[in-house]
Structures are given as C-alpha cells and as structure tokens.
Write a protein that binds this ligand. Structure first.
Ligand code: UT7
Length: 334
C-alpha cells in the first residue's frame, strides 16, 4: 500500500470588519501613509473589536474551511498562532470543541509567521503516517493584543485575521496534493522577533515583570535580510527536491510581511514579480494567518486557478522558515 499524501480540499478565511487605515495610524503616531506604503506596501489592516480573541477568528475560518470542503468531521485540529487565547492551555482544543468536532486530538503550533507552513507539514505527516485521514489546519492571530499602540515600528505592520484549510488523505498525483516541504530554524537569532517578558525566562530572573516587556518586538532590518535569504533558499531547495523548474511556478504565495521582501525573494528565485500573490496591502502582516488569507484572496480575485503550480514560503520568529508546494485544486474558497 502506498503512503497517503495530504490533499488540499477546503479553504476558509475570516477577517474582523474593522479597518485601520494608514491615515488613522498617522493621526496618533509619528508616521505617514507615504512611509508605510513605500517601506511595506501596506495600506490598511484589520483589527478585532473589544472582546474578540484568536479562537473566535479561528472558529469562523475553520467553519468556512469545513464548509468549503463539504465535510463535518476531521481526525486532528492544528491551530498555528502567536497570540493564543491563554498561555495555557492551547487554543486548538477549544476551537475543535466549538466546531463540534468531538474528542479529536488538537494542538497549537508556535512558529510565529512560519506557523502555518509548520502546521501544514505536521498535518501532512499525520496523514502520511495514517494517524489522521483528514486534518483541519488553522492560522489565526490577534496581533493587536500584543502590539504596543505606541510602537510605530510594529503598529503599522501587523493586523488581525485567520485562515484555515482542510487536508485529506489522497495520492501524490491528485491536484491539491502537498508535494513536499522544506523547514528550518536558527535559534541564535531568537532575539530578532520576541516578546521579552511574560514567560519562564522572565520569571527566572526573580524580578517583578515590567509591563512594557509583554509587548511584541522586532528588529526590522535584520529580519528583512534574513527573511529574503531564508525564504529564497528554502523555496529553491524545495523546487530542486521536487523537480519543478523555477519557470514552471505559476504562483508564489509568500508570507505577507512586506511587498519589498516578496519581490526580492521572487527575484532571487527567478520567479517573475507578477507571479507573487500580494494581499498585504489590505490586511498587513497577519503572521500565521497570512498564507491562507493570501490564498483565499487570490482565489477570490481569480489569481489562483485549478492546475496552477503554487510555491509557498514563509519566515518568522524563532527564527523559523518553511516552504511547501502543491498544484492548485478545484475548490471554492469561503
Ligand atoms: O513577520 C515576520 C517577518 N517580518 C518581516 O519580515 C518584517 C521585516 N522588516 C521590514 O519589513 C522592514 O525592516 C520594516 C518595514 C519593519 C522597516 O523598514 P526599513 O526600511 O527596514 O526601515 P528601518 O527599520 O531601517 O527604519 C528606517 C527609519 C528609521 O529612522 P532613522 O533611524 O533612519 O532616523 C526608523 O526610526 O524609519 C524610521 N521608522 C519609521 N518612520 C516612520 C521606523 N518605523 C517607522 C514608521 N514611520 N512607522
């Protein structure tokens, strides 16, 4: 019996209705629409209303993905997030329960902006080892809960949102099958993207927590250069492993961090810039939700069609990175 391959069969997304424009941020921070647009490509992002948490967006996206796949049962739920509802327990069991999925295994994946690709890889592994026949993978973030409203270097970049996919066991020749992964990490660069306080490292100091240390921090410049290097290197390694010539890639779905990063990665790879899917102008950087949100927007815009060869690549805190490849299936994204 051949090893089962994970096949994409459903896609759902959820964005909070509240739009935060660059102009609104420029009203209260020392920044400008021109700076944000030219440095990042972002025009607006979404923000949850008071009382809405990561699991709420995850349930909404998960429901849509299940409906898109026209299924009611899965064997595993994985939630990739940097902003879990609580430090303990994980968010995934609550999401599985609220989706009415029964006593299935459910866990969170913490790889920041690479979280969705890491979660996809874990889910594909569960399918290959026959531990699961069908998996719901969700990337969900409420970055507005960890961004200091006064930090212009992060407040202009990140947004809230969620995206989810359903994977089922199938075979490698089918449209939608995940043909391979390339993952990596470099913990020596952990300080580049960090919430310094609120973990056991802070507690181990024996000092009282400083409330300012519970905000998300990012060293933009080195993150930018490492993101380009690692996303391009990882995507290139994967293309070689699965035998796809670079000019056969129809769509490059990169982590939506910065339009300049996406164009630099495409250029290093040799993929024409117009094959890079871009939706960060409307949603900003939504971390673990960014890849499924970009795929959902591309399907809606007609930029992702059945039969397209799709290359996915992400970079995030840890630092971590990862790539995946698939031939786009015929599905309705909800
Ligand atoms: O999601 C994980 C992956 N994340 C990323 O990949 C993000 C990667 N990094 C980036 O996208 C870019 O580094 C940023 C968009 C974050 C910053 O762009 P940059 O071109 O690297 O700017 P910079 O951080 O080097 O800052 C340039 C200048 C600085 O002023 P000085 O030192 O030149 O006087 C900053 O203080 O821009 C200033 N600055 C701002 N000015 C207006 C920083 N943030 C802002 C702002 N508005 N929001």
């Amino acid at each position: 019996m051949s090893t089962p391959t994970a096949v994409l069969e459903g896609l759902g997304t959820a964005l909070p209705p509240r739009v935060v424009t660059n102009a609104e941020l420029a009203d209260r921070l020392d920044t400008s629409d021109e700076w944000i647009r030219s440095r990042t490509g972002i025009s607006e992002r979404r923000m949850v209303a008071p009382g809405v948490a990561t699991s709420d967006l995850a349930v909404e996206a998960g429901e849509r993905a299940l409906k898109s796949a026209n299924v009611h049962e899965v064997d595993l739920v994985v939630v990739a997030t940097t902003t879990p509802d609580h430090p303990c327990p994980a968010t995934a069991p609550d999401v599985a329960s609220r989706l009415g999925l029964g006593p299935v295994p459910a866990y969170d994946m913490a790889a920041v902006c690479s979280g969705f690709v890491y979660a996809l890889s874990g889910a594909a592994g569960a399918i290959a080892s026959r531990q699961a026949g069908r998996v719901l993978v969700i990337g969900s973030e409420t970055f507005s809960s960890i961004i200091s409203p006064e930090d212009r270097s992060t407040a202009v970049i990140f947004g809230d949102g969620a995206g989810a996919v359903v994977l089922r066991a199938g075979s490698a020749g089918e449209p939608g099958s995940l043909l391979g992964f390339d993952l990596g990490s470099d913990g020596a660069l952990a300080d580049l993207i960090k919430i310094p306080g609120s973990g056991s490292r802070q507690r181990a100091t024996g000092l009282p927590p400083d409330p300012d240390d519970s905000w998300f921090t990012m060293q933009g410049r080195p993150v930018f250069t490492n993101a380009v290097k690692r996303m391009a290197g990882s995507a290139d390694a994967l293309l070689k492993r699965i035998g796809w010539p670079v000019d056969s890639v129809d769509r490059f779905v990169g982590h939506q961090a910065n339009v300049r990063i996406l164009h630099a990665v495409a250029e290093q790879l040799g993929v024409p810039a117009d094959r890079a899917v871009i939706n960060l102008d409307k949603v900003g950087n939504t971390s673990a939700a960014s890849i499924p949100l970009a795929m959902g927007a591309a399907v809606a815009d007609g930029d992702l069609a059945p039969g397209d060869r799709v290359l996915i690549s992400a970079f995030g805190g840890g630092v971590t990175w990862g790539s995946a490849a698939l031939v786009w299936p015929d599905l309705t994204a909800l």
